[in-house]
Design a binder for this molecule. Structure first.
Ligand code: ADP
Length: 164
């Protein structure tokens, strides 16, 4: 079992897609073990979009994404399941919505291109963040949840006894 962090970014909340996106994760059997709505402040957004993003994508992208994360509330989810990091990334789809495969969350609900975001000098609106590795998930879960905010619960089927 593995845990991963998902953020429904301000554009997802703004567009009223919270329920629909959460439904997809529930449908595949991922278990919600953490759930909250947060209006992030500067320091919080900086802890989420770390220096690593500046190294990979450029300082300007990190700055834009920190601002975008604060544009409105986000919904933070901690999901648990088998290889959940990989599964959730697959369901979320590629970074650029224009190129994200149909059937993925980004591919089905957004369409912005890198070209458009460059021209407008804005970050890519792609609805959702998902941890990209198990170590990143562990670090990101700690950014959004205190240990006591996580709810550990077993699926009902694991509690059933097998008749002899
Ligand atoms: P992902 O969220 O797919 O893991 P990254 O971690 O590389 O992608 O980037 C974080 C977020 O920054 C992306 O989800 C996207 O919203 C935005 N972003 C990444 N690269 C660019 C770019 N070149 N121009 C504008 N926004 C970008």
């Amino acid at each position: 079992m593995e845990r991963t962090l998902v953020l429904l970014k301000p554009d997802a909340v703004d567009r009223g897609l919270v329920g629909e996106i959460m439904h997809r994760f529930e449908r595949v059997g991922l278990k919600i073990v953490g759930l909250k709505m947060v209006q992030a402040e500067q320091g919080h957004a900086e802890r989420h979009y770390t220096e690593d993003l500046a190294v990979r994508r450029g300082q300007h992208v990190r700055d834009m994404m920190i601002s975008m994360l604060m544009e409105g509330p986000v919904v933070a989810l901690c999901l648990e399941g088998i290889d959940s990091v990989e599964l959730v990334r697959k369901m979320v789809g590629g970074t650029e919505p224009k190129a994200a495969a149909p059937g993925t969350i980004r591919g089905d609900y957004s369409h912005m291109s890198f070209k458009h975001s460059d021209e407008k000098k804005i970050g890519i609106y792609n609805l959702i963040h998902a941890s990209s590795s198990a170590p990143e998930a562990e670090q990101e879960i700690a950014v959004w949840f205190k240990p006591e905010e996580m709810v550990d619960h077993a699926p009902l089927y694991t509690k059933r006894t097998i008749p002899e």
